[in-house]
Design a protein around this ligand. Structure first.
Ligand code: EPU
Length: 292
């Protein structure tokens, strides 16, 4: 049976994760591993499975709050080239889970394809976007997915096709450990018109969201189609500050952080928003971001 010591070349101990999250707060990973190939990734996953070591996969850290205590066990980063390839074959696009969604969007739009452009401005990797079915009011990533190749916690690889997958509001039926790559089915379109649509969406997003500040995007899911941001605003919490974290004045479903912020500051604001919205409106806000 292999042990984590076998992967010392790709391991960092007690490695701070803050710089890799958009909120820039939180503690270290006990073991941070960056596999260089799919084979190495599978070997790490099997090793953790055999040794009962907890394992988390870090994407681009845009939808994540790491607690002050950090993360026990292994955190994997799929940053190697092998995990970020994007290929176009007609209207079918294959992307590695580690590729940034924004790169896939620009790649496909340049290739004259439409289907993903409505996701402009959404941060994150392909893997993270698929797990949480990233999207906005103009569509979500699940609509274009044709197949997803996943890796289970036991290190088994298999491909799930469209008819074996379901995507809902900020959720997907993908429940394996991680996504390796996926294919999108897009359509041919006019590059100029697509760019125009993207510019419009980008301007709207910039006007309504604090895009130039550190944040993790929307903190809460919209409950039953009501805007969580509007509920937090009506609870009087826009601009509410704890330490270096603050509920955005621009959009109350965003928490923005400065260089003094801690994960506890963010957690306190989350709890305050949840409590006040529950007290005033009887609505339990569900987290959209993940907390480690
Ligand atoms: N609103 C307020 N106060 C606020 C924020 C919003 O009154 O502080 C009102 C707006 O005026 C508007 C309504 O709420 O009438 C909806 O606001 P918005 O258009 O900003 O959309 P949202 O429902 O708050 C959703 C997604 C965003 C996505 C936008 C645009 C969720 C939780 N949020 O926000 O996604 O960018 O639509 O498509 O589904 C994210 O998931 O991280 C995210 C930012």
């Amino acid at each position: 049976m292999s042990s984590l010591a076998d992967f010392s070349e790709i391991t960092q101990r007690e490695r701070s994760l803050a710089e890799w999250t958009w909120l820039k707060v939180g503690g270290p990973a006990e073991y941070l591993l960056e596999p260089r190939s799919v084979e190495e990734l599978v070997a790490v996953v099997r090793c953790c499975h055999d040794n009962d070591v907890p394992l988390q996969v870090l994407g681009s850290g845009s939808n994540l709050l790491v607690g002050e205590a950090g993360v026990r066990g292994v955190v994997l980063r799929m940053t190697a080239e092998a995990f970020g390839e994007i290929t176009v074959d007609g209207t079918t696009v294959t992307a590695g889970a580690g590729a940034l969604l924004s790169h896939v969007i620009s790649h496909t739009v340049r290739a004259g394809l439409v289907g993903l452009e409505t996701l402009v401005g959404i941060p994150g990797t392909v893997g993270g976007a698929l797990l949480g079915n990233a999207g906005g009011r103009s569509g979500d990533v699940g609509q274009t997915v044709r197949s997803v190749t996943v890796l289970t916690a036991a290190g088994e690889q298999f491909t799930r096709t469209e008819d074996e997958l379901s995507f809902g509001y900020r959720q997907s039926s993908i429940n394996e450990l991680l996504v390796l790559h996926c294919t999108f089915g897009l359509a041919e379109g006019n590059v100029e018109e697509t760019l125009k649509r993207m510019r419009k969406l980008w301007i709207m997003r910039k006007a309504t969201q604090p895009m130039s500040q550190q944040s993790a995007g929307c903190i809460f899911k919209n409950p039953r189609g009501i805007s969580a941001g509007s509920l937090v605003e009506q609870a009087g919490l826009k601009g509410e500050q704890v330490g270096g974290a603050r509920i955005s004045d621009r959009h109350a479903n965003f928490i923005v952080t400065d260089s003094e912020a801690t994960a506890d500051d963010v957690q306190t604001l989350i709890e305050t928003a949840r409590r006040r919205v529950a007290e005033q409106f009887g609505v339990d806000l569900e987290l959209e971001i993940r907390i480690w």
